[in-house]
Write a protein that binds this ligand. Structure first.
Ligand code: NDP
Length: 243
């Protein structure tokens, strides 16, 4: 049996979640990768984690579906308690509020980001509490800090997640479970590939998009012993676009 701590990362079949899985494997974590449909991407990341000498499980479920979450996670939680949960699964469905559809754009974005955080974290927290140690890291966004036109749904979801991060940090502090958020700006992933860069780049002081591993670096730090006195914080990784 492995003596490495385990990190559960939602939405880790590509992008920021995948980079986080690889970096935490380098840090010595065994990895549980969650994703919903990108089997090929998840398999590639599993292989990379194994090449780094750590074990890796693939857990396929929709983070917003209560039955799927319990069915997939509970059997694994019987003998392993993850040290870290990284709530990263997410997507955007951008449009102006006046043309925003209630079910697919508003509710689904809130469901995946907020229900996803609640369902996954609650199950693991029950186990973490018994151990009196653990880290919860929520991937939020500059959009939830500053508000972005065309993202009323996504800004609401990420801003809500920032509030949840701070409230849970207060609830869990005495139990030695640290809860923080990482707020990426524009990071080069599938999510940003179709954005109009000619309008965005001039607004970024560092003059470029971030790479997935640059967001993952903040998660790696927050999972490390060096971050043992940090809780309830939002660490921005945004090239200076929001200060
Ligand atoms: P990607 O689109 O590259 O990856 C999204 C990941 O989330 C995929 O693994 C996808 O898997 C998974 N996913 C999506 N919906 C669900 C779901 N319902 N259940 C389980 N897994 C799901 O996105 P990024 O890497 O760019 O984004 C990762 C996180 O970072 C998101 O929360 C995003 O909001 C946030 N973020 C991203 C920024 C950026 O500029 N890229 C900026 C700020 C924040 P599958 O396809 O299999 O469903």
């Amino acid at each position: 049996m492995s003596s490495s701590p385990t990190a559960l990362i939602t939405g880790a079949s590509r992008g920021i979640g995948a980079a986080t899985a690889e970096m935490l494997a380098q840090d010595g974590f065994d990895i549980w990768i969650n994703y919903r449909s990108d089997h090929e991407g998840a398999e590639i990341i599993r292989q990379r984690v194994k090449d780094l000498g750590q074990s890796c499980k693939l857990l396929t479920f929709d983070v917003a579906d209560p039955q799927e979450v319990s069915k997939a996670l509970e059997p694994h939680l019987k003998d392993t308690t993850p040290f870290a949960v990284i709530n990263n699964a997410g997507f955007s469905a951008d449009t102006l509020m006046l043309t925003m559809d209630f079910d697919q754009s508003w509710k689904r974005v809130l469901n995946v980001h907020l229900d996803g955080f609640f369902l996954v974290t609650k199950l693991v927290l029950e186990k973490m509490l018994r151990r009196r140690t653990g880290r919860v890291i929520n991937i939020v966004s500059t959009s939830g800090q500053a508000g972005v036109a065309g993202q009323v749904n996504y800004s609401a979801a990420k801003s809500g997640l920032i509030g949840a991060t701070k409230a849970l940090a207060k609830e869990m502090g005495k139990r030695n479970i640290l809860v923080n958020a990482v707020a990426p700006g524009y990071i080069e992933t599938e999510m940003t590939k179709d954005l109009p860069m000619e309008h965005i780049l001039p607004k970024i002081p560092l003059g470029r998009l971030g790479k997935p591993h640059e967001a993952a670096g903040a998660v790696s730090f927050l999972c490390s012993p060096r971050a043992s006195y940090i809780t309830g914080q939002v660490i921005a990784v945004n090239g200076g676009i929001y200060m």
